[in-house]
Design a protein around this ligand. Structure first.
Ligand SMILES: [Cu+2]
Length: 123
C-alpha cells in the first residue's frame, strides 16, 4: 500500500516536471516575427515585404535591414513618406535604412509604385 503511494507520487512529480520543462522550453523559443531590439531584417521578394509589419520602440533611432531578392525595378526603392525617408535597395544585398526616433503611431512604407507595402508600428 505504502509502495504504490510512493510510486504514484513519483509518477506525478515526473509528469509535472515534464510539463514544466516543455512549457519553459516553448516559452524560451517563442519569437515574434519582428520586435523591439531585434535585428530587424525585411525580405523584399515576390511583391511583399516579409515581415510587412515591423514594430520598433518610440523615441529611439532604429536601423532596418532590407534584403532585396527581387531584381524587378518595382522593388528598387523603399519609401517612408511620413518620415521623409527613402532608400535605394541593391539586388541580393542587405541595405541598412536609418530611421530617426519617431513618435508612437503607424507609418506606412512602400516601394515607389506602392505595390510593395508595409507598416512600421512605433510603440
Ligand atoms: Cu513597386
Amino acid at each position: 500500500m505504502m509502495e504504490s503511494v510512493v510510486i504514484n507520487v513519483l509518477g506525478l512529480a515526473a509528469i509535472v516536471l515534464t510539463v514544466w520543462w516543455f512549457w519553459l522550453a516553448s516559452k524560451g523559443s517563442r519569437q515574434p516575427a519582428a520586435g523591439v531590439d531585434e535585428a530587424l531584417q525585411i525580405l523584399v521578394k515576390d511583391g511583399v515585404y516579409e515581415p510587412d509589419r515591423i514594430r520598433i520602440a518610440a523615441g529611439k533611432a532604429t536601423v532596418l535591414k532590407f534584403r532585396r531578392e527581387d531584381a524587378s525595378p518595382c522593388a528598387e526603392w523603399v519609401l517612408f513618406p511620413d518620415l521623409e525617408i527613402s532608400a535605394q535597395l541593391a539586388v541580393d544585398q542587405v541595405t541598412e535604412v536609418q530611421l530617426p526616433a519617431a513618435d508612437v503611431g503607424e507609418y506606412p512604407f512602400h516601394c515607389q509604385m506602392q505595390m510593395y507595402r508595409g507598416t512600421l508600428i512605433v510603440e
